[in-house]
Design a protein around this ligand. Sequence first.
Ligand SMILES: [Zn+2]
Length: 307
Amino acid sequence: MAALLLILLASCAPAAPPATPFRGERAYADLRRILAFGPREPGSPASASARAYIRREVEAAGLTLQELPFVAQTPPELQRGPVSMINLVAEVKGTQPGIILLSNHYDTKYFPDFKFLGANDGGSTTAWMIEMARALGPTREGRTVWLCWFDGEEAYGEWSEFDSLYGSRQMVAWLKETGKFTEIHTAINVDMIGDCKLDVIKDSEAPAWLLGAVTGAATDLRSKMFSPLEQTIEDDHLPFRRAGIPALNLIDFRYGGGQIEHNTNWHTSRDTIDLVCAESLQAVGEVLLKALPRIDAALDRGDPGRE
Ligand SMILES: [Zn+2]
């Protein structure tokens, strides 16, 4: 009788929330440590400290981390000359051929008149990617995942084709030089995903199957990470898309403000940690972890492909 009662009680117990290996609180703690280094302009001591921190945490999670240094040529009119930059790549070794490239940028935009910490713009995804390394671990079923931290996403002057996206443009060039280009099956970039009021835009120029894999995962999780807004923003996914790799950008480009004047905290001294929430980092982490096997499955079916 006692045993029957126990069984009955067990069957009536409320279902536990699904376990997730992605811990937004831990990513938030990483963010706090990274911001304490100061502005992370390419070549700065804070940039080097951020890299050392990423390396320590990623290697502690059992992944290998590669540094890819390069010299960025800035446009002559800026009179800045060549700038030394470093991209980072951590590898989650898969069981089947091909690579899913997941990227973000860790640099901050240089402002001569104030200290720009970029808690959301650069910081949030840098920390988020460290937690992704922990959540995924050194191996996975499916394709290999590369976690990339790009340097030099930001423009020094006015945003232009030649003054922006230094790290991701270099990554595509490096992939072509080393013959690894054909191994990249798809690329997903994340940017500014820490806003407490999360509104990730649906990238209107992404392949439908790729965007669908991520929005489908969000729907299944009843996640509110996506805004109904469809738009495309120039970001680190662009060099991959231009090279013909199916690419998706996940960005919340409504960082403060209302319907008319929006994004009022972007590239301002207000981009600080108090506007970033662990819950937002967690939401995007959970959705991406659920989306990865769907992306593998879509690639296996062979319906997607290079343009
Ligand atoms: Zn920015």
